[in-house]
Design a protein around this ligand. Structure first.
Ligand SMILES: [Zn+2]
Ligand SMILES: [Zn+2]
Length: 340
């Protein structure tokens, strides 16, 4: 089968590799769409602490079931359209024993620790595969994984009707977190993004925006909230300096929910965090339940939000090096999806 393989760090090669054979409890998926994510860039650049090469990257996968080597009952059969929850876990550590598999001490992610979707076929655990409802198009369903990140985040942050939410970063994860916040009935959702193209793009989805390179973000946040601060602050930019203002823009007893991964250390105003009794809440991927609920959410969202506009480029697999470069330099507004 054809695959685009990370043969060494920063080296991608189109290759002919053996089609995977499903082990017991696994299925093989014929991949149609494979989404490009910021974490693929981290793996490509050897910035991920535990990823290894050679590796077929990609954890955002939509395709059809090609082969099943698992006992039933299953809610799909050969030919069913599916999306993949790309996590693997050890089942033995303290997190797994407590049922929190998504924060497993030995968490594995498809495309990082085992081969992922930048190939014609991929083998995955049979219980990590979810049928795509007929109501969703392929172009909508490929967004399940990154939307699940936003669903988990908003759910953990406890975003509720009437909330004001400030999102740092208008990249794909920031945009999808903001759309989720609106789905959770936040009254006002503002996105802070310095890149003018990205700002215009997220604004076209109906969000208020702030340009933090032109305007002091703390001043802007205070003005927008009558001097109170936002109820929930989502950090999706991954920029370490953003952390310096998180406690300023968040209200007393508000929640700060980071999901962007900063390089190295970030500075936080700890005294303010204590005095304002704020909660800071880490967020790692999503639970399998939240992944499943995201599929249902997409069905509801499609009538109110132009989901298909979130993918701004479809590219053939052969162009993966170009796609990684575009993602690395933030030249994409929305998602890049490879067509296999
Ligand atoms: Zn991703
Ligand atoms: Zn574990």
């Amino acid at each position: 089968m054809k695959a685009c393989v990370l043969t060494d760090w920063k080296t991608l090669q189109m290759m002919d590799v053996p089609k995977p054979v499903p082990k017991e409890g696994e299925v093989v998926i014929h991949v149609k769409y494979a989404g490009v994510c910021g974490s693929d860039v981290n793996v490509f650049n050897h910035n991920h602490p535990t990823a290894t090469v050679p590796r077929i990257m990609c954890h955002e996968i939509l395709g059809t079931i090609d082969e099943i080597n698992a006992a039933g009952p299953l809610d799909y059969k050969v030919g069913t359209r599916v999306v993949v929850c790309p996590l693997t876990w050890c089942g033995k550590c303290e997190a797994c024993r407590a049922g929190a598999f998504h924060v497993c001490r030995n968490l594995g992610i498809l495309g990082l620790h085992r081969d992922g979707g930048f190939a014609e076929y991929v083998a995955v655990d049979a219980d990590m595969v979810f049928p795509v409802p007929d109501e969703l198009t392929d172009e909508e369903a490929i967004l399940t994984e990154p939307f699940a990140v936003g669903f988990h985040l908003n759910s953990r942050a406890g975003v509720q009707p009437g909330d004001t939410v400030l999102v740092y970063g208008g990249g794909p994860i920031g945009l999808m977190a903001a759309i989720n916040a609106r789905y959770f009935r936040a009254e006002r959702v503002v996105i802070s993004e310095p890149n003018p193209e990205r700002r215009a793009y997220v604004a076209s989805f109906g969000f208020e925006t702030v340009d933090p390179s032109q305007r002091d973000i703390v001043e802007a946040a205070m003005e927008m909230t009558n001097g109170v601060g936002f109820d929930k602050v989502i950090e999706a930019s991954g920029a370490a300096p953003a952390w310096r203002t998180l406690t300023d823009v968040c209200r007393i007893r508000g929640v700060i929910a980071p999901v962007g991964i900063p390089k190295g250390f970030a500075e936080l105003k700890v005294v303010q965090l204590i005095f304002k009794e704020q909660t800071i809440l880490g967020n790692r991927v999503y639970t399998r339940e939240h992944f499943m609920r995201t599929i249902g959410m997409l069905k509801e969202l499609r009538s109110t939000c132009q989901l298909e506009r979130i993918v701004d480029q479809f590219m053939p697999l052969e162009k993966l090096p170009e796609a990684i470069d575009t993602q690395m330099n933030g030249r994409n507004k929305g998602k890049i999806v490879m067509v296999i």
